[in-house]
Design a protein around this ligand. Structure first.
Ligand code: DP6
Length: 415
């Protein structure tokens, strides 16, 4: 407990949360109000050592209104924002009384409703990199609010149903490893549209991700707007949701549990391609990938063909960045291959210096270079801004005393 300069107590908690990359994609809403999907999806949670959102939340009766700071900038009117509200009100509805060490009640369950909330959140990766930040951000918000309010779930996965109302993909960031979002729809209040862990991050520790941050000048169509047009106009999306995804979910979950990279990689690539095909089938069409993205696809296929098996699998979200899943034993080769065709550009091109050194020193096979050169790609720097190397990791973490984004006497942003 901190004391606000006005004399009133101020309660504060900080949580970090990971981002996640879907291998079977969520695209299309069944219910816009509850933010539920037309099909199941599943994703790999990335390691917070490399990418994370860090969110501090504070509650005090001395605050005048709910306020939100994102990467140091205040979001005006956040208090009325539907997604932000759904998270605060949703977690607060599950609040419990706060007691001190002697069991004396400091705040009753109802008492939390008489306080306003301040939130400050930042990403440890450049927002400009275009790496999905809403999933990590809303997951960190829900995780921090859960600590603040001492919130207790009434059923497993209930907190993921709240994070889902912040951003759909955020529900999959409340757990580590491999996490599925079950679309639900049997219950009128959509309480069955929730995320559940398929396997934790220790199950398949060899999984690696190499993220190619592709330069892109133009502003993408937001996921929310894009999927709404797709639902209205794409017959392929309808077909995908009705007949394709459920079988793929079953197969990829089994593949992950069996550590079968061949099946996992093949389905990951096929599903990314189908998602982008539904974007093309949307009228007017939406283009998230660009020529650089397409060249990466060609190189990965040539690589796998040369290897005689799947060593790397690409997937693309609502933007041109490529996420390449691979295994520990091939990660340096994959990184070296990417560095060959998309050479270093500026400082800190690779987030991880050790990986950066290894991929520079790696001697790529002549046959591999010959096979991939046939794609027509010629080495050229500047088209990829950054390369991130990471692994899979755990869900949200509570942070104590080290990092607080809000001042402990004023409750105002410090980040
Ligand atoms: C292509 O979760 O960002 O990344 O629910 O409208 O906030 P909203 O959408 P969002 O969409 C993510 C779409 C995707 C695929 C995925 O992550 O499953």
């Amino acid at each position: 407990t901190f004391v606000h300069s006005s004399g009133a107590p101020m309660y504060m908690e900080t949580s970090s949360a990971p981002t996640n990359i879907a291998t079977i994609k969520y695209w299309g809403k069944a219910d816009a109000k509850w933010n539920t999907p037309i099909n199941d999806s599943v994703s790999v949670t990335l390691n917070q050592d490399d990418l994370k959102a860090v969110t501090t939340v504070a509650a005090s009766s001395s605050f005048e209104k709910d306020r939100l700071w994102l990467n140091g900038e205040e979001e005006e009117g956040a208090a009325a924002n539907k997604r932000f509200r759904a998270c605060i009100d949703g977690v607060r509805a599950l609040a419990t009384a706060k007691k001190d060490a002697d069991g004396k009640v400091l705040v009753t369950k109802e008492g939390w409703s008489r306080m306003k909330i301040h939130v400050s959140s930042y990403n440890t990766f450049p927002t400009a990199a275009g790496l999905a930040s809403s999933a990590a951000g809303y997951a960190a918000l829900v995780a921090a609010l859960t600590l603040l309010f001492g919130a207790k779930e009434e059923f497993p996965g209930q907190l993921t149903t709240i994070a889902r109302q912040g951003s759909g993909s955020a529900c999959r960031s409340l757990d580590g490893g491999f996490v599925a979002w079950r679309k639900g729809g049997e219950k009128a209040d959509w309480s069955d549209s929730l995320a559940e862990q398929v396997a934790n991050e220790k199950h398949w520790p060899e999984i690696r991700a190499v993220i190619m941050v592709v330069s892109d000048a133009k502003k993408d169509t937001s996921s929310t707007a894009g999927m709404s047009t797709s639902v209205e106009t794409s017959l392929l999306l309808k077909h995908r949701a009705e007949t394709v995804v459920s079988k793929r979910m079953e197969t990829i979950e089994k593949a992950f549990l069996a550590k079968d990279f061949e099946t996992f990689g093949q389905l990951t690539m096929a599903d990314s391609n189908q998602f982008h095909a539904t974007c093309m089938d949307t009228y007017p069409p939406i283009f998230y990938m660009n020529d650089i993205s397409n060249s990466i696809i060609r190189i990965i296929h040539a690589y796998n063909k040369w290897a005689g098996k799947i060593r790397a699998a690409y997937t693309f979200d609502a933007g041109p960045n490529a996420v390449l899943f691979t295994l520990d034993e091939y990660a340096v080769e994959v990184g070296a291959l990417m560095l060959h065709y998309y050479p270093e550009f500026g400082e800190n091109y690779v987030n991880n210096p050790d990986f950066g050194m290894k991929i520079k020193a790696f001697d790529l096979d002549d046959g591999l270079l010959e096979a991939t050169a046939k794609t027509g790609r010629e080495p050229k720097s500047g088209e990829v801004k950054m390369m991130y190397y990471t692994s899979s990791g755990p869900g949200p973490q509570r942070l104590t005393d080290t990092i607080l984004n809000l001042d402990t006497t004023t409750g105002l942003n410090t980040y």
